[in-house]
Write a protein that binds this ligand. Structure first.
Ligand code: TYM
Length: 327
């Protein structure tokens, strides 16, 4: 039996190259390795924590489904589904809420950051966001979860809840492990000390940006003092980030890139990188522009994937309910 692997992405706007090189590209590679039984989903319940306008959310769900397919996820090889179509995700979250502890959730960096940003109006969904994530993962007996490293704390909570539940009610859940890429945290183009984030569009290259947009953003990307193209995360964080991006795109090692750009200045390096980014996503842009026109196909893929996923999830919730005395 192949190990089960699951991951989700929120439909909260365009995907940036951090989402791509930290997660989506890896989803495609892992799917194509043939080693796993793969589940990939649109985390639309999580997206509700940002209180999106209904029309935007609906469009973003379609957009993300098109992103999944245009980058190579294949409904014949992976189960591609929509979280909100499977109500037992919310049901298991409620059950896990009753064993999750407030102080451990208060430690979550992502929650603390949002709480700072929204102060008094921070919603309860943001607080138990990691419990819903735990439900997403534990419902499927998942062994592996490919994510960027900003999700490590959430996966640690998932493992804690699985262990705690198993201890109280008997062995029920598998403890999952994260899978990271070589670029588990792509940094912002305008502040290389911070991760690239959808909430700061000017920090991102989006994967469906046009070549002109890519050019403008990379030209504006901050650089470090000095002029050498040298990898050093501490002293040259901006160029190191751009080198990592270049390396992910080209498959060349950082070492090779340092040699290639020895004696050249930042502007030569950036011009080269602009071309590499624009070329890399050219097929993706073409595929997506076709897919996005076919709404009914996108919805039907989500519908049939959700039916498949729900069969497994329903079984698990029955097992859980028996264990806790509800059935
Ligand atoms: P989301 O949509 O915020 O992020 C999607 C994926 O992109 C990764 N990521 C990055 N990787 C590298 N560098 C960056 N700058 C960067 N920014 C984001 C994230 O780590 C993530 O893998 N909470 C999840 C969605 C989710 C989920 C789950 C994932 C909901 N339930 C269950 C796995 C299992 C999230 O961060 O989505």
């Amino acid at each position: 039996m192949k190990s089960i692997l699951i991951s989700g992405i929120q439909p909260t706007g365009k995907l940036h190259i951090g989402n791509y090189f930290g997660a989506l590209k890896n989803f495609v590679d892992l799917q194509n390795s043939g080693k796993y039984q793969c589940y990939f989903f649109i985390a639309d319940l999580h997206a509700l924590t940002e209180n999106p306008a209904p029309k935007d959310l609906n469009q973003n769900i379609l957009n993300l489904t098109a992103d999944f397919l245009a980058s190579g996820l294949d409904p014949k090889k992976s189960v591609i589904f929509q979280q909100s179509r499977i109500s037992v995700h919310s049901e298991l979250m409620w059950i896990l809420n009753t064993i999750a502890k407030i102080p451990e959730l208060e430690l979550m960096t992502q929650f603390k950051d949002k709480a700072k940003q929204f102060r008094q109006s921070v919603n309860l969904g943001l607080f138990n966001y990691p419990v819903l994530m735990a439900a997403d993962v534990l419902l499927y007996n998942t062994k592996f979860v490919p994510v960027g490293n900003d999700q490590d704390q959430h996966l640690e909570i998932t493992r804690t809840l699985a262990r705690r539940f198993n201890k109280i009610f008997g062995k029920t859940f598998v403890e999952p492990k994260a899978i990271h890429t070589l670029t588990p945290r792509v940094m912002s183009l305008i502040n290389p000390e911070k991760k690239m984030s959808k909430s700061q569009p000017e920090s991102c290259v989006f994967i469906d940006d046009s070549p002109e947009q890519i050019k403008a953003k990379i030209k504006k990307a901050v650089t470090d003092s000095g002029s050498e193209i040298k990898y050093n995360r501490k002293d040259k964080p901006a160029i190191s980030n751009l080198l990592e991006i270049y390396s992910s795109l080209s498959g060349k090692t950082i070492n090779d890139l340092e040699k290639k750009f020895k004696g050249k200045n930042y502007s030569v390096f950036k011009n080269d990188l602009i071309g590499v980014v624009a070329d890399y996503f050219a097929d993706f842009r073409k595929n997506k522009s076709i897919l996005i026109k076919n709404k009914s196909k996108l919805f039907s893929i989500l519908k049939s994937g959700s039916q498949k996923a729900s069969q497994r999830a329903e079984k698990k919730i029955i097992e859980v309910k028996k264990k806790i005395g509800l059935a």
